[in-house]
Design a protein around this ligand. Structure first.
Ligand code: 5AD
Length: 347
């Protein structure tokens, strides 16, 4: 057996990977190794989740943000961003549309917008939960206080997404301004887990200054933290950010990392992200075939979608849109998978 396949077998059995082995998998041009990695990840995923693909209705409720992350299109210094926030009624309309389409998880994602106090968000969460008690609510609203997280949880939020962005502190410092703290980010993730949320972390593939070493630290973080969800997608430059001229992350590296994460942490809920769909017309299918088991179509009102621009050329009106769900279903069927109407909890 070739060296690449041995690495894959060891990864599957030991559920960890060395930095050298990671480098080998990321750099190999050997098609057999790549194919083998993908197939093992797909088999492991199939053993746990069958051929189900879970869907999440993404509601991008505000693009105001008090942070200034160097990579992100909705950073506060971006004067060109057209800002918006949805009101409660608009959010509830998204939920209604989503429910009829078969969504049983809503993801409330927003920039760190101070207008959305814990009181306002709790009210919205309670209203959604009382209207749709069979649905899960995921919140993705950045770094907040422990009390904020607890109140949201008490109001009915089930899950929380907070990408750690990088598990290497000095790399974190190159992606974020000084006022943002790596320690606080990690502490937020720990608190969320303690409170009882199903928690998601994650990172961009190919972010500026990322190396095999920092990626290895990301994988070690995932291996030890054991989040319920991991969101990864390629970094894609946004023209109005300090990293406008950096290269985007690649499809190949993203797929390789999806497969590795599936083998490290077999039960993880792993989305084939919008960013992956944005860099390749079949990005989401390739993601699922590499071990992902979640897609997150956009439920936001059509007129705000083009304003929630974290990166350039974001797709938002095709099969990644909730109203295009039938196309997504067809595409998943074509590769042997089934989009299901289910909360899609962690098994
Ligand atoms: N390219 C890809 N992903 C991005 N994100 C933010 N900016 C970009 C970009 N330019 C990701 C971050 C963030 C998530 C909501 O979107 O990882 O946590």
């Amino acid at each position: 057996m070739n060296q690449g396949k041995q690495i894959v077998d060891r990864l599957e059995n030991e559920k960890r990977i060395s930095c050298e082995a990671l480098r080998e998998l990321l750099e190999t041009r050997d098609e057999d190794t790549r194919e083998y990695l993908r197939k093992r990840a797909e088999a492991v995923r199939r053993g746990i989740y069958g051929n189900a693909v879970y869907i999440r209705g993404l509601i991008e409720f505000t693009n105001y943000c008090k942070n200034d992350c160097y990579y992100c299109g909705i950073r506060r210094s971006n004067r060109h961003a057209r800002r918006y926030r949805l009101c409660e009624e608009e959010i509830l309309n998204c939920c209604k549309t989503g429910y009829e389409l078969g969504f049983r998880t809503y993801v409330l994602q927003g920039g760190e917008d101070l207008y959305y106090t814990k009181q306002r968000l709790c009210d919205i969460i309670k209203t959604i939960k009382s209207g749709y008690p069979d649905c899960a609510i995921t919140v993705s609203f950045g770094e907040q206080s422990e009390d904020f997280y607890k109140k949201l949880y008490a109001a009915g939020a089930d899950r929380y997404l907070l990408r750690h962005e990088t598990a290497d502190e000095s790399h974190y410092g190159k992606l974020h301004p000084k006022e943002m703290s790596f320690t606080n980010r990690i502490e937020c993730l720990q608190r969320l887990k303690e409170i009882g949320y199903q928690v998601g972390c994650g990172f961009m593939v190919g972010s500026p200054y990322q190396t095999v070493e920092t990626l290895h630290q990301d994988l070690e973080f995932i291996r030890t933290f054991l989040p319920h969800m991991v969101g990864i997608g390629p970094f894609i430059p946004h023209k109005d950010t300090p990293y406008a001229d950096r290269a985007a992350g690649t499809l190949e590296a993203t797929l390789t990392l999806l497969s590795i994460i599936r083998l490290l942490h077999p039960h993880v809920l792993l989305p084939a992200t919008t960013a992956l769909g944005s860099i390749h017309p079949f990005g989401r299918e390739k993601g699922v075939l590499a071990g992902a088991n979640v897609v997150m179509p956009n439920l936001s009102p059509v007129d705000v979608r083009e304003k929630y621009l974290l990166y350039d050329n974001k797709i938002c009106t095709g099969e990644e849109a909730a109203e295009g769900l039938w196309k997504m279903k067809r595409r998943m069927n074509q590769i042997g998978y089934q989009v299901v109407t289910d909360r899609g909890d962690y098994k």
